[in-house]
Design a protein around this ligand. Structure first.
Ligand code: NDP
Length: 293
């Protein structure tokens, strides 16, 4: 079997086009375009790149984005103070505090300070709590797992009643992805570094989500024939043939997996582009919430 390659770039572009059209319609009605404020604390190079990419994507969609940079030496009160100001600013519909925060800052307290109506990253404990409860709906769902579910829906992968196995239990990806799959009525198994017989558990999966951060850990014989495999991992491996000296690979061995899986996301070009697209979608939703008040 050769798996169907899920083209995350193309699907993300569809979402971005829809966002752009929504923003244009909002502006045509005389409203201000949605506004996203980003808060970057410290100088982490990867975080700087991510924030820049988010601003660029906003611009392309017609969303206003306002970047706030604070030094790594900022105190808890300073970061929370900025978030509180942004909560009060009616031109700001979404607030994104780029994680990870420098050591010494309590990220849970900072995320809790964000108004839940502006929590476009979906990491406010109340939003996560609602995601975890039956019959409750969060205002926003974290962008990466939201993107994972969008890809599965887009490809028509049946989630109801399916055995879904999530490798990884982080707050940003694994856990919320598992909760979303449960909401879709999948039977969910969450695996992590202490899981026994990981390979055997993976092989039970009709839907396998890999989010561990280990290059090409999931081999072909970990995969049930025909399964939908979503590779969230983004890992750098040394590669002298590349100008930059490395290449990006996922948590799944693509070449092996494609011979067994039914659907498979590539890295890059799978989940990555979806993350930004879903953030834009959440930002437009935040503006709609504000305008409906
Ligand atoms: P974390 O490091 O926060 O979590 C990794 C998880 O994998 C943990 O739950 C850990 O278990 C588990 N794990 C580690 N080693 C093993 C192992 N040998 N067997 C089974 N489970 C293991 O990572 P993130 O969730 O933040 O990210 C995961 C991957 O996704 C990374 O490659 C990251 O770069 C990528 N990513 C991609 C995004 C995108 O937009 N495409 C967005 C965010 C992340 P335990 O809890 O026991 O420690």
């Amino acid at each position: 079997m050769t798996a169907k390659k899920i083209d995350g770039r193309a699907i993300a572009q569809e979402v971005r086009d829809a966002v752009k059209a929504d923003v244009a319609a909002m502006v045509a009605e005389g409203k201000k375009p949605p506004g996203l404020a980003t808060v970057l604390v410290g100088e982490d190079p990867a975080s700087q790149v991510y924030v820049r990419m988010k601003h660029r994507a906003c611009e392309e969609a017609g969303i206003r984005s306002i970047g706030h940079k604070l030094p790594a030496s900022s105190t808890q009160e300073e970061v929370e103070g900025l978030v509180k100001e942004l909560n009060e600013d009616s031109d700001v519909h979404g607030i994104l505090v780029q994680l990870p925060l420098p050591d010494g800052l309590d990220d849970e307290r900072i995320l809790r300070t964000i108004s839940i109506d502006k929590d476009v990253d979906g990491f406010h404990p109340l939003n996560i709590g609602r995601l975890a409860q039956k019959g409750r709906e969060p205002q926003f769902v974290p962008a990466t797992p939201f993107g994972v579910i969008h890809l599965l829906k887009h490809e028509g992968v049946e989630m109801e009643g399916a055995n879904a196995v999530v490798l990884g239990r982080s707050n940003i990806v694994g856990r919320p992805a598992a909760l979303l799959l449960l909401k879709e009525n999948a039977t969910v198994t969450i695996c992590h570094s202490r899981t026994r017989d990981l390979q055997e558990k993976s092989r039970q999966a009709d839907i396998l989500i890999a989010a561990v951060g280990i290059p090409e850990m999931v081999k072909g014989d970990w995969i049930k024939p025909g399964a939908a495999v979503i590779d969230v991992g983004v890992n750098r491996v040394d590669d002298d043939t590349k100008k930059r000296g490395y290449r990006l690979v996922g948590d799944v061995d693509y070449e092996e997996a494609k011979e067994v899986a039914g659907y498979l996301t590539p890295v890059p070009g799978g989940v990555g582009p979806m993350t930004i697209a879903m953030l834009l979608r959440n930002t437009v939703r935040a503006a709609k919430i504000a305008y409906e008040k």
